[in-house]
Design a protein around this ligand. Structure first.
Ligand SMILES: Cc1ncc(C[n+]2csc(CCOP(=O)(O)OP(=O)(O)O)c2C)c(N)n1
Ligand SMILES: [Mg+2]
Length: 328
């Protein structure tokens, strides 16, 4: 488990590092929100889940998807706009989902995953299934009304939901301290749910907190809230690399990088004799190969045909045929 957690964080780091390169080379159309720096949150939480548990993700969703078992090749295919992608190349970064793996979707609408997680959790509870739903969202989303409605609903119905707030200190260029008073997790306490602040750079600490929350949810104890303090290494989105922003200093970025989640965990694995330094290097090479193969696969996949542009617009009555008289 401890080794797998390192490999899973590595996969996310290498995936989004490659994404940065590909976006900057204009090979990925549109923009992406890279997850580098926050890997311990997605991996710590998802390592406490089973295949049957589900998650809802955010605009910064690559890490959550990979941590829950998302396929590297299909993800790159989606980012390249190829028909073999998760959304047939029509959605891109913010529309990656794989319901079969319990990944109920990235989401371009800040905070919008929280009620979806409640819906899934309500179904689990009503059907007597012992599964849990995780809602990932950022420190910016904590000021969205829908997140508070979702927390209230989850508390009053004792739903098996875990609200995971990834506090990377900024919502786009807005510092948390300018828009939010008190600690984020203290807000959840007011809904009567268990809430805790965790070091989001320490995958072991996130895992332990997630496991307690999962056990609480599975045993009918209702929702929990985890505030995971973390940091994003890149800008809010890929376009920020071409802007001159001043909202955070290089010194601040460097300070956070001193507590890099992968380095911290690698040190821990080596100190505990779980891995050798050579094992770590080998894992890096293996993940590098996996990422390279994913890119190669995706670039070799065809783009959707323009003739199919109107396909997949409707989930029912597919292929769509207008009802009699509806054309008027
Ligand atoms: C409802 C809504 N409001 C505003 C936006 C524009 N927007 C996109 S990302 C973002 C910041 C989100 O910050 P946070 O929740 O902290 O997540 P982070 O980007 O830090 O991961 C905003 C305001 C949006 N997509 N949806
Ligand atoms: Mg944020």
């Amino acid at each position: 488990m401890a080794r797998k957690m390192y490999a899973d964080m590595l996969r996310i780091r290498q995936f989004d590092t490659k994404v940065v390169e590909l976006v900057d080379d204009d090979l990925i159309p549109g923009s992406c929100h890279e997850y580098c720096g926050q890997e311990a949150v997605a991996v710590g939480v998802c390592s406490a889940l089973t295949d049957k548990d589900i998650l809802t993700s955010t605009h910064r969703g690559h890490g959550h998807t990979l941590a829950k078992g998302g396929d590297v090749g299909k993800m790159f295919a989606e980012l390249f706009g190829r028909s073999a992608g998760y959304n047939k190349g029509r959605g891109g970064s913010m529309h990656i989902a794989d319901v079969s793996l319990g990944i109920f979707g990235a989401n371009g609408i800040v905070g919008a995953g929280a009620p979806i997680a409640c819906g899934a959790a309500h179904k689990f509870k009503a059907a007597g299934e012992p599964h849990v739903a995780v809602s990932f969202f950022g420190d910016g989303a904590i000021n969205q009304g829908v997140v508070h409605e979702a927390m209230n609903l989850a508390a009053i119905w004792r739903l098996p939901v875990i609200f995971v707030c990834e506090n990377n200190l900024y919502a786009m260029t807005t510092p948390l301290r300018e828009v939010t008073i008190l600690e984020l997790h203290e807000r959840a306490q007011s809904y009567g749910m268990a809430s805790i602040k965790v070091d989001g750079m320490d995958v072991g600490a996130v895992f332990d907190a997630a496991l307690s929350a999962v056990e609480r949810a599975r045993s009918g104890g209702g929702p929990s809230f985890l505030q995971c303090d973390t940091y994003r290494y890149f800008g809010h989105y890929s376009g920020e690399r071409h802007m001159k922003t001043t909202y955070r200093t290089q010194q601040e970025i460097d300070e956070w990088k001193k507590r890099d989640p992968l380095d911290l965990w690698a040190e821990r694995l080596i100190r505990g004799s779980i891995c050798s330094a050579q094992d770590i290097e080998r894992m890096k090479r293996e993940v590098d190969d996996e990422i390279a193969q994913g890119v190669e696969y995706a670039r070799g996949c065809p783009t959707p045909s323009p003739q199919d542009a109107l396909e997949y617009m409707y989930a029912v009555n597919y292929p769509y045929t207008p009802a009699k008289g509806a054309e008027q």
